[in-house]
Design a protein around this ligand. Structure first.
Ligand SMILES: *Cc1c(COP(=O)(O)O)cnc(C)c1O
Length: 493
């Protein structure tokens, strides 16, 4: 399979090259030349690992079946707290697809368990001798999932930038306590958009590239701009559909709607890829928090980031520059994409035409959720089902009720649950009781008592692990920071 840049189709790469490069040389994102057709009928007897193997094999056909099988087994076996990886839970009026059962309690684990193995396989196959330097900006969850995935992986270092004060206290502790010889974690004085823009700038900086080249490093990304992040996520859309068939909730061929709490548009785009591959996906509901730039875009056709940035109770979605939307734009607007991206960079906005907007509206329904609605939805879902959901998942539940009101849809609805509620204990407790202690570990205990569920050990044990990473930089120091780090032969003993 060939891949090319969303901004210039003459810039091509194989799948493995695309993974190693992370981002295309012109700053565009890699797209597959076509969508492999994968009928769900042919996957009905497979488990999560089997489905993953079929999907990865279809997109990375330079790897043999044995290589794909070994890669997926190494990625997942024994690493999630349930062998089916992403269980589907039935509630009143909706299904919840739990994507947070991996090692760091967020949906990012599904892809970031695979990416290091894919990267290692790609380096081997392509004969990349240089050490990989993985640069990552995080709105809270990618950071820990990437650190865990790449920790002590041979021939690789990983650096994570997170917005200072822009992630939950639990998310921050998960990152700053990270062990490993090859990891760096740095707070940035800015928001996630600033951090992501800073990382993209390092990727396209000629001087940074030259210096890192000299030092023997090759840059790549663990953000969802990397196609190797996106493709493993297609699995759970198929898996949820197959689970619905197995419990007789649907017949093969019936449409299923998916409600996705969205920030950088990676998760929901994987659902769109699944639809393009032949999965009967009905509507993809794009659920935004107060940072509702995507909701406005899908409503009006104008993407305008010239607006206030809000810190919300769902911080992993506090994003105004939604990277992966560029891939969707390419599919709908083709060559005009690079112009739109240029306009976004120079003026802060762009506007697609009416036909393009109509095309988007066929597949996507936009919804937004205020802070008050988010908290009251956490409470409502708990009261109605005794099910504790996190604040991001609550944004999706709220979007589902908006969608059902607007469209009178009776198709089965699957809400994607992107994080464990124990990652955001203060906000979740506040939603349930109207108040929460300052200390996040006290809040976790209280939530355990209310819900009768134990918090994951990986989170409660954070209390006793010393903080290891304390670096903080200004935005303009991001490039220098990594160049200085790259000069160090070793980061940690
Ligand atoms: C990253 C994240 C999101 C947003 O996912 P995108 O792929 O960026 O749209 C939603 N919820 C949680 C908990 C996340 O960590």
């Amino acid at each position: 399979m060939l891949y090319f840049s969303t901004r210039d189709t003459s810039l091509t790469a194989t799948g493995l090259e695309a993974v190693v490069n992370g981002i295309a040389p012109d700053g565009g994102l890699y797209m597959p030349a076509h969508f492999p057709h994968l009928p769900v009928e042919s996957l009905l007897s497979l488990d999560a690992l089997g489905i993953s193997k079929r999907i990865l094999g279809a997109y990375f056909d330079e790897l043999s079946e044995e290589e794909i099988n070994a890669l997926i087994d190494a990625s997942y076996i024994g690493r999630f707290d349930t062998p089916d990886l992403t269980p589907l839970v039935q509630l009143k009026g909706a299904y919840v697809l739990e994507l947070f059962r991996g090692p760091t309690q967020a949906f990012k684990d599904v892809a970031l368990s695979v990416l290091p193995h894919l990267m290692t396989a790609a380096r081997k196959k392509l004969g990349v001798k240089k050490e990989m330097l993985i640069l990552t900006a995080t709105s809270g969850d990618t950071g820990k999932a990437a650190l865990t995935g790449f920790c002590d992986v041979a021939g690789t270092r990983i650096a994570v930038y997170y917005p200072e004060g822009g992630v939950s206290p639990v998310q921050q502790k998960q990152m700053t306590t990270q062990k490993g010889k090859n990891v760096a974690v740095c707070a940035v004085r800015g928001n996630f958009d600033d951090a992501q823009t800073g990382v993209k700038a390092i990727f396209t900086s000629a001087s940074a590239k030259e210096k890192l080249d000299q030092l023997g490093f090759s840059l790549s990304s663990a953000n969802s701009i990397n196609i190797g992040r996106l493709i493993p996520q297609i699995m759970y859309y198929y898996k949820a559909y197959i689970d619905l068939v197995k419990i007789d909730a649907i017949q093969v061929g019936e449409a299923v709607n998916f409600i996705v709490p969205t920030g950088n548009f990676g998760n929901i785009l994987a659902g769109y890829f699944a639809k393009k591959m032949g999965l009967p996906v009905g509507c993809l509901v794009c659920a935004s928090n107060l940072n509702d730039v995507l909701t406005d875009f899908l409503t009006t056709g104008t993407y305008d980031r010239r607006r206030a940035f809000y810190k919300t109770a769902s911080p992993s979605m506090d994003i105004l520059i939604s990277s992966n939307l560029e891939r969707l734009l390419y599919l709908v607007c083709g060559e005009k994409t690079s112009g739109y991206m240029e306009s976004l960079k120079n003026t802060g906005y762009y506007e697609i035409d009416a036909a393009e907007l109509d095309a988007l509206k066929k597949d996507f329904f936009p919804a937004r959720c205020s802070e008050q609605e988010c908290l009251s939805t956490v409470r409502r879902v708990f009261d109605e089902n005794q099910y504790l959901c996190d604040t991001h998942t609550a944004v999706a539940f709220h979007a589902l009720s908006q969608y059902q009101k607007a469209e009178k849809s009776t198709a089965p609805a699957v809400v994607l649950s992107t994080a464990s509620p124990f990652k955001f204990p203060n906000a979740v407790l506040n939603a349930l009781e109207g108040a929460a202690p300052d200390d996040e570990f006290e809040a976790i205990e209280r939530l355990e008592n209310i819900s009768g569920i134990l918090a994951p050990k990986a989170l409660t044990s954070l209390k006793d692990i010393p903080q290891r990473h304390t670096d903080v930089v200004k935005l303009e120091e991001m490039e220098n920071y990594i160049l200085r780090k790259a000069e160090q032969i070793q980061w940690y003993e």
